[in-house]
Write a protein that binds this ligand. Structure first.
Ligand code: ZN
Length: 587
């Protein structure tokens, strides 16, 4: 199959290369050229030049160059004939084939796009004029999505009917059943009849950045019994979720102007941003953000703002975002919204808040770090150490050393740890997933006291060493850590070498944690806690010797805070020791 050479030249004459390229890349006039971000390589400033007079483009970054046919081939992944057919179709040019016919694939795609376009018109007309769409119109009006908004975004209504669309498109547009099926508008039901895919839903047409209707997103009305709030078109030969962004066709001009794209979770959020005067929002279509999405958006802007619900953004795959930031030289940040409000609602109730949220977007790592710092208290040295651990783990997800170091400084300031202790940990990019498992509350408090005692022992041996015995450490890992320190006589290096991996982790934390508590007081607290635990285990004991010793212990416990505290502590340590021996004996 071939296309006549005359046709190719005639088509070239008819086509504006600037107009074609602008279907994919936003261009601005610079002298005799039109310049934009190269769609074939990742770049921050535009090196992609198009000149109308010569009908050619050239990228000074990657060297890509050619004519309009080459451009369409490369960007649409078509062969030469496919590119010519695609352009001829868009410009309404009738090609003459020297042999054979238009490529089958190309023909098929064209048919599907035509059917989707006819469906969008049909649904929209139904929304605007259908008597059965009154509830839908009322709902959209209440959300601020009626009138001009409904027209601009070509909102539609799929009636509560079995086959209204299928019959309508067959009758008025001659669209066949297999085309309806292939583009996901209808299916063959159990009785062998065509049935519409969308029913009793408001429809949002999903349109390619070059203007073709590819798919629909459908939302139920409030009060519907349908369990699926949203339903989207299936993947078809013309629609791939991972490569499609809702709203890009409307947003791309402003995305380029602002060098920023806002990514939302829902169709109404996108429309909300437009209504609030921030017309550079897009949404993924029922899928997480993919690398392909980022690659597409990079053609238009270098700055990506996530306008997700805070929890959804927090759960985002951080490492993938960082990877994309580096690979595509984009910056990813997060816009913060008042709790429980989505952009669609805010556009209606407080549009200014939308603009403020975008202007104040935080870097993705900054946002994640802030969430950790906000969620973890820093009232005690133990809490400060724990918070720092969690914050360091989040920072260490980031691949860039300098970025990690800057945030390490923030963690040091916030928790009071010496910055010189935090920075080496982000330099080594330590990972510590174990610390994320929170201990039960009472256990956590107890562990905190034990951890503090070990930290004091490591940092200020003399102030606490005389008071500590292994029995004061009921938590297994803490006791092992203590024993390692005690047996090494206070040498940090020897203790860390001697400890098992879990205990070593405790010691490594304890060495760097910032302790401002008096060692003696901390030790006395531990002793008091151990004595109370021991006494609490005495219920039901009748032996008069044991009861007498316990009474003595209670008296000494009360003296711990007094000037006789040291001798009381010595007595209680002896009492604890004897009890642990008798426990062992009984066992
Ligand atoms: Zn390039």
């Amino acid at each position: 199959m071939a296309i006549s050479g005359d046709d190719i030249e005639a088509l070239r004459q008819r086509i504006s290369i600037v107009e074609v390229v602008q279907g994919y890349v936003a261009l601005r006039r610079v002298g005799r050229n039109w310049v934009g971000l190269c769609p074939f390589h990742a770049e921050k400033s535009g090196s992609f030049n198009v000149r109308e007079e010569t009908g050619r483009y050239r990228c000074f970054g990657c060297g890509a160059s050619g004519d309009v046919f080459r451009f369409v081939q490369d960007i649409e992944h078509l062969d030469f004939v496919g590119a010519i057919e695609s352009l001829a179709g868009k410009y309404g040019y009738q090609l003459t084939y020297t042999s054979g016919t238009e490529s089958k694939d190309r023909q098929r795609r064209k048919k599907l796009v035509e059917a989707m376009s006819a469906a969008a018109d049909w649904y929209h007309d139904r929304l605007v004029n259908g008597p059965d769409a009154r509830t839908a119109r009322d709902y959209l009006r209440s959300r601020g999505l009626a009138g001009d908004v409904a027209r601009q975004f070509k909102l539609g209504w799929a009636p509560d009917d079995w086959d209204a669309l299928a019959l309508g498109l067959a009758k008025d547009n001659g669209i066949t059943q297999d085309v309806l099926r292939d583009c996901g508008l209808a299916f063959t039901n159990k009785r062998g009849k065509m049935q519409d895919a969308f029913r009793a839903r408001v429809l949002f047409p999903i349109i390619s950045d070059s203007g073709d209707v590819l798919a629909f997103g459908g939302r139920i009305l409030p009060g519907s019994t349908d369990p699926a709030k949203y339903k989207n078109s299936p993947e078809t030969p013309i629609y791939s979720k991972s490569r499609t962004l809702y709203g890009l066709n409307w947003a791309k001009t402003d995305i380029v102007r602002a060098d920023q794209v806002i990514i939302c979770e829902g169709y109404t959020d996108v429309i909300g941003f437009h209504r609030a005067g921030v017309p550079r929002a897009v949404a993924t279509c029922g899928t997480a953000l993919t690398e392909e999405h980022v690659r597409i958006l990079k053609r238009f802007a270098n700055r990506v703002v996530l306008a997700f619900d805070a929890d959804a953004a927090g759960q985002g795959a951080a490492e993938r975002f960082y990877e994309w930031e580096a690979k595509y030289e984009v910056s990813v940040s997060v816009a913060l919204f008042p709790k429980g409000k989505d952009p669609g609602e805010l556009a209606h109730s407080d549009p200014e808040a939308l603009r403020t949220a975008v202007d104040g977007a935080q870097s993705f790592l900054g946002f994640r770090l802030q969430r950790v710092l906000d969620a973890n208290p820093v009232r005690t040295p133990e809490e400060r150490a724990r918070t720092a651990e969690r914050a360091i783990a989040v920072i260490n997800e980031h691949p860039n050393l300098n970025v990690r170091k800057i945030y390490a400084g923030q963690v040091a300031t916030h928790t009071g740890l010496p910055v010189g202790d935090v920075v080496p940990r982000v330099e080594r990019r330590e990972r510590n997933p174990r610390i994320q498992v929170a201990a039960p509350r009472d256990q956590g408090t107890r562990e905190n006291a034990e951890f503090a005692a070990i930290a004091i022992l490591l940092q200020s041996w003399d102030s606490i060493a005389p008071w500590l015995v292994a029995d004061l450490f009921p938590t297994d890992v803490m006791r092992r850590a203590f024993v390692a320190v005690a047996e090494s006589g206070g040498s940090v290096g020897a203790a860390i070498d001697a400890a098992d991996p879990e205990a070593r982790e405790v010691l490594e934390r304890a060495v760097v944690v910032d302790i401002d508590t008096n060692g003696r007081a901390e030790a006395l607290n531990l002793i008091a806690a151990a004595v109370r635990r021991e006494l609490a285990s005495r219920r039901g004991v009748t032996d008069p010797n044991v009861l007498r010793a316990d009474r003595d212990a209670r008296l000494h416990l009360e003296q711990l805070d007094s000037s006789a505290g040291d001798s009381a502590a010595a007595f209680l340590l002896g009492w604890l020791q004897s009890n642990s021996v008798s426990d062992d004996f009984v066992a």
